[in-house]
Design a protein around this ligand. Structure first.
Ligand SMILES: [Cu+2]
Length: 188
C-alpha cells in the first residue's frame, strides 16, 4: 500500500510540474504589449475647400481619420491651392494652433509633398486643423481609440488541466488494478 500511495504522490508531482511549466506562458501571452501600427495618410489642403485624401475630394470638415492609441501616423501633405498651410493636431479641439500642439512644417505645393509624423498617444476625439487658416476653414476629426484587449488565450491552461486529470485518473486506475490483482497461488 505504501508503494501505491507513493505512485499517487509521484503522479501529482508530475501534474504539478506540468502546470507550473505551462501556466506562466498562458498568463504571459495576454499581457504582451500590442505593437504600434504604422498608418499612412495623404491629405490635400485648401483654404476654400478644406481637406481631402485627394485633390478633387476636399471638404470642410475634411474626412474623418480614425486610429488606435500608439499608432504612428505619417501624413503626406499637399497644398491643393498652392497657399501656405500647416497641419496641427488640435489636442484641445479649440480649432486654433496652441503652443505645444504637434504640427507639421508649412507646405504650399500641390505636387511636392512634405511628410509629418505623429504618434497618436492622446486618446479621444481630436481635430486636425490648419494652423494658418484655423479649424473654422480647415479641420477634420481625428479619433484615437484605446486598443481593445485581445481575447485571453486559455488553451495552454486547459491542456495543463487535462494533463493533470489524465495523470490522476491513470494513477487511480493503476491503484485499483493492483488492488484487484489475485493473490499468487500458494506454493505446492
Ligand atoms: Cu491652411
Amino acid at each position: 500500500m505504501a508503494s501505491l500511495s507513493k505512485a499517487f504522490v509521484v503522479a501529482l508531482l508530475i501534474g504539478t510540474i506540468a502546470v507550473s511549466l505551462v501556466a506562466p506562458a498562458a498568463v504571459a501571452s495576454p499581457t504582451s504589449p500590442r505593437s504600434a501600427k504604422a498608418v499612412s495618410i495623404t491629405l490635400y489642403g485648401s483654404q476654400s475647400n478644406g481637406w481631402g485624401f485627394g485633390p478633387n475630394n476636399m471638404t470642410q470638415p475634411g474626412p474623418p481619420i480614425a486610429v488606435t492609441t500608439g499608432d504612428v501616423i505619417t501624413f503626406t501633405l499637399f497644398a491643393a491651392d498652392s497657399q501656405q498651410h500647416n497641419l496641427v493636431i488640435d489636442l484641445n479641439s479649440n480649432q486654433i494652433e496652441d503652443t505645444g500642439e504637434p504640427h507639421s512644417n508649412t507646405f504650399s505645393s500641390p505636387t511636392t509633398s512634405i511628410t509629418f509624423q505623429y504618434t497618436a498617444n492622446v486618446t479621444g476625439t481630436l481635430l486636425y486643423i490648419c494652423g494658418i487658416h484655423g479649424g473654422a476653414l480647415m479641420r477634420g476629426t481625428l479619433t484615437v481609440s484605446a486598443p481593445t484587449a485581445p481575447p485571453t488565450d486559455n488553451t495552454l491552461l486547459i491542456i495543463a488541466g487535462v494533463v493533470v486529470v489524465v495523470v490522476i485518473v491513470g494513477a487511480g486506475a493503476a491503484m485499483a488494478m493492483r488492488r484487484r490483482k489475485p493473490k499468487p497461488p500458494p506454493n505446492p
